[in-house]
Design a protein. Structure first.
Length: 558
């Protein structure tokens, strides 16, 4: 083992891997006990479905508009693209690698690779995903509502009518609670039968969604004055680079877009084998996903500028409208996409198909979120269907707050979207503690049989660049918030520093208390064989004294 690593793998925990390239069999299970993806295309579409969804159509145009300047929005696109290569893709490589190798969820990954004291790190990743799930279901519920609303009602032809529809539903009614419930129940049903149902659902809905997005994009490009929207989107406003919120939003949106550091691909990769090219998937799939986001952004900007320019509004007024579509711009997509379809001859039919496809795509992403939390419970010994039921009930209860109070939803979106940066730090800690060279060799390059070679530069990014990125963004945002006299950072506002700190530190404290009880109370009460998770038949009576520290069984210095 590399000298840079504490080498927490031991023969006793069955983690050492023989050299498969020499034909020697591997001591760990090659196939997950819950099965594997049957077809390569099903695996690829499932991974795309895990990324593609409301994040592309609802969140990306909204965040891009919020971070646009007076001159344009290219500065956001530049940083968003940069973070794809120096943040999201390197994090996804880690997720794919540990999921495929350990074949369990983040909690068990940290326990097996770094020992029980670090189990809380995996808990952080899972619970951040759970927090995101609790408001993601609400947004997906909006898609369901719009699908059925436009089956029965005509499309609005201007922003006033469209914004009225959105506000009457999302802010002034109780319908979001019902649609939120439908969304989480649908996701629970989707994953109840494990990888087979996940693969089947994604193989159907992802292609439909992508085809409808392509049709909508092509039509939006034919609108009069659509070029003015594209010109604004791809024009830089250089002074905006001094705004830390731009950098934070660009990084967190890319993580949100791709699912990087959310732990979703740890769960999905547990259904993969060494024949699946995880480096290839970690590079190509997020690039394709971000192209979908860019297409959706171009479509939205082109529509807004085309409609408003035709009415005689100048760029300044249009930009104001672009940033103010519902509370915190949450209604941008839901307000303007119906207006886009109202310009088409068969617009209502296409609008229904669009929201049908968006609902399906959102469902595929939500299924990945629910799968991660459910599989975590399964790893602790719960029956799969019972674990799914627990997650569905919990998400519904907490999500009702997001469905009822728009301010709470906006707060949760900012706090836990930003928390994905911390999750990235947690994954980097895993690789650095294990040993970056050892990790790249043992879990990726030497373990794979049909994949791209992962170069040394990945180690430099994970070990040096990415941690600096994360710490710099967090500290810059904090310092700017404290020194900005116009902002009350110490209040519990929708997007304030204090709101982030209280929720983050509260979760970290709870996880560490649970982890401490687990290590110092629960583990010592178990037999050495239990600590090692050995089969009952392997346990033999022994006169050896029980060690004072159960972690001695988990770690061996090499």
């Amino acid at each position: 083992m590399s000298s840079e690593s504490p080498a927490p793998l031991t023969e006793l925990t069955s983690l050492n891997v023989a050299d498969h390239k020499d034909g020697v069999s591997d001591s760990r299970d090659e196939v997950s006990p819950h099965g594997t993806f049957k077809y390569r295309i099903g695996l690829i579409l499932s991974c795309i479905g895990c990324m593609v969804g409301t994040g592309n159509i609802w969140r990306f145009p909204r965040i891009a508009a919020n971070n646009s300047g007076d001159e344009g929005a290219l500065q956001f696109l530049i940083l968003w693209t940069l973070f794809l290569f120096i943040w999201s893709i390197p994090m996804l490589v880690i997720e794919y690698a540990v999921g495929r190798y350990i074949k369990k969820t983040p909690v068990q990954v940290y326990k097996e690779l770094l020992g029980p004291r670090n189990t809380w790190c995996g808990g952080w990743i899972v619970l951040v995903d759970l927090a995101i799930t609790c408001y993601y279901t609400v947004v997906l519920g909006w898609c369901f509502y719009y699908l059925f609303y436009y089956i029965a009602n005509p499309l609005p032809t201007d922003e006033v009518g469209s914004e009225t529809i959105f506000n009457e539903f999302a802010k002034e009614s109780s319908w979001p609670i019902l649609t939120h419930g439908i969304a989480i129940i649908s996701a629970g049903v989707t994953i109840s039968w494990g990888v087979k149902s996940i693969e089947l659902v994604n193989s159907i809905i992802v292609p439909i969604f992508l085809i409808i997005i392509l049709i909508s994009f092509i039509w939006s490009m034919t609108l009069p004055y659509a070029n003015t929207g594209l010109k604004y989107l791809f024009t830089p406003d250089w002074k905006e680079f001094s705004n830390p919120r731009l950098w934070v939003d660009a990084a967190s949106q890319n993580a949100w877009d791709t699912g990087a550091a959310a732990g979703l691909f740890v769960a999905y990769a547990s259904y993969m084998t060494r024949e699946n090219g995880i480096v290839r998937y970690a590079f190509t799939i997020p690039i394709c996903n971000n192209l979908v986001s860019l297409v959706c952004g171009m479509m939205t900007f082109a529509t807004v500028f085309a409609v408003q320019t035709e009415k005689g509004l100048n760029q300044s007024n249009i930009v104001s409208l672009l940033r103010d579509s519902g509370e915190a711009n949450t209604g941008l997509t839901f307000i303007w996409i119906p207006i886009l379809y109202s310009t088409m001859d068969a617009g209502r039919v296409l609008a229904v198909l669009f929201f049908l496809a968006l609902s399906f795509a959102g469902l595929s992403s939500l299924a990945a979120n629910v799968e991660l939390v459910s599989k975590t419970l399964v790893d602790f010994g719960l029956n799969r269907k019972f674990a799914v039921l627990i997650v569905v009930i919990f998400v519904f209860c907490v999500g009702c707050l997001n469905a009822t109070y728009m301010d709470f939803l906006i707060n949760q979106d900012f706090v836990w979207g930003f928390a994905l940066i911390i999750s990235g730090l947690v994954f980097q800690y895993l690789v650095i503690r294990y040993g970056t060279t050892q990790f790249r060799s043992k879990l990726i390059n030497d373990y794979s049989t049909d994949d791209w070679y992962l170069p040394k530069i990945w180690e430099w990014i994970v070990k040096y660049l990415a941690p600096v990125e994360a710490l710099f963004l967090i500290l810059w945002f904090a310092i700017n918030g404290i020194t900005d006299n116009s902002a009350s950072w110490y209040t519990f506002g929708r997007e304030t520093l204090m709101s982030c700190l209280v929720q983050w530190l509260g979760l970290i404290l709870i996880l560490n208390v649970i982890n401490t009880v687990y290590v110092f109370w629960y583990l010592p009460r178990r037999t050495p064989y239990d600590v090692l998770d050995l089969p009952e038949s392997d346990a033999k009576p022994t006169k050896c004294a029980r060690p004072a520290n159960p972690e001695d069984f988990m770690e061996t210095k090499h």
